[in-house]
Design a protein around this ligand. Sequence first.
Ligand code: SF4
Length: 400
Amino acid sequence: MSEVKNLELYIHIPFCVKKCNYCDFLSFAASDEDKDRYIAALSEEILKAGEIYSGCNIKTIFIGGGTPSILMPEQFRKICEALRSAFDLSGLKGKEKGFFRKKEVPPSIEFSVECNPGTLSVDKLEMMSAMGVNRLSIGLQSAADNELKELGRIHTFQEFVDTFVLARSKGFKNINVDLMQAVPLQTLQSWRKTMAEVVALKPEHISAYSLIIEEGTPFYDRMHGEFPLALPDEDEERAIYHATREFLEPVGYKRYEISNYALPGKECRHNTGYWKRENYLGLGLGASSMVDNVRWKNTSDMNEYINGERTRQEEERLSRADRMAEFMFLGLRMTEGISKEKFFETFGQDYDFTYGLTTAKLIDDGLMKLTISDSGDSFVSLTEKGIDVSNIVLAEFLPE
Ligand code: SF4
């Protein structure tokens, strides 16, 4: 039995209708039979994890993918039943008997599910709601159909709107929309239109990541082939990137992480946990975990996974230097930055003694700033200029 107190759970569903042109996530199309076999293996893994971690306080659950909303209601129910048997989920409010808590009690577990337009239905949403899901993350990427087509997405913008409206009608009050900047055919004008269309729907959270062309994807092949992608040029890409905050903050979406915006109090608790280095347990194909500063991942081979050969792969105990570096480069992704007092509490070492020189130089260059909170804590964080070149700034905190 683990002595870990708090734990976040990540469950990976590796199935998609078809592969998008830019995607290098662990995801693929699969038959109904394979999905059933996977759910059985996943449930078994969840129950085994419960033997070790059942005493932990589960803070968040995130079912990601892939496209978890591709699962049928019964498949989804099986996963939730395994979770319910393995862990104490009494902090979860759901409509089904055993999950129900009084309405006025806010759910103390954030339970998110990633969804894609074109894969949700009334019965799936009702099942999620019954199982206590209280946050949806819907992948849109763009409101322009020509851009969606170029990305290889399976849906149109209207199909996204239909999905969003359906989710609202089924009582989902906390919805994230994923958007993507600097995609082929995108212009500053089309990006602004995308944001305006999305904001009109009033989601609680918006993620806006920039496209990265990864090796092994159709986009990578096209980049290096005869018919290159029509990507925005460097100036337009910068303009698109800057337009995001300029557009979203005045309408109430505060940037709380380099690529994430939320209405007050609607920041994603699960992802915030990653950035704050909370313990997380990943279950499912290829899922990563970090518990008590030990990191490992599951096999990415579907046959091995289904046969129960999940074994902790690439297991690594993080050194003190690694932990400090992670604390810095993950924490600095958050706009609140990192607290010097928390650094001392975590490592028993003075922040200024450790990173004082680096921080002073970055403050001189206008890339970092120091603020004092109402409670008197000292926070160091990136400035807007620092966020613009965050990769360079964060690299300053990597171990030598
Ligand atoms: S829906 Fe998401 S996970 Fe699936 S192929 Fe597209 S980008 Fe990848």
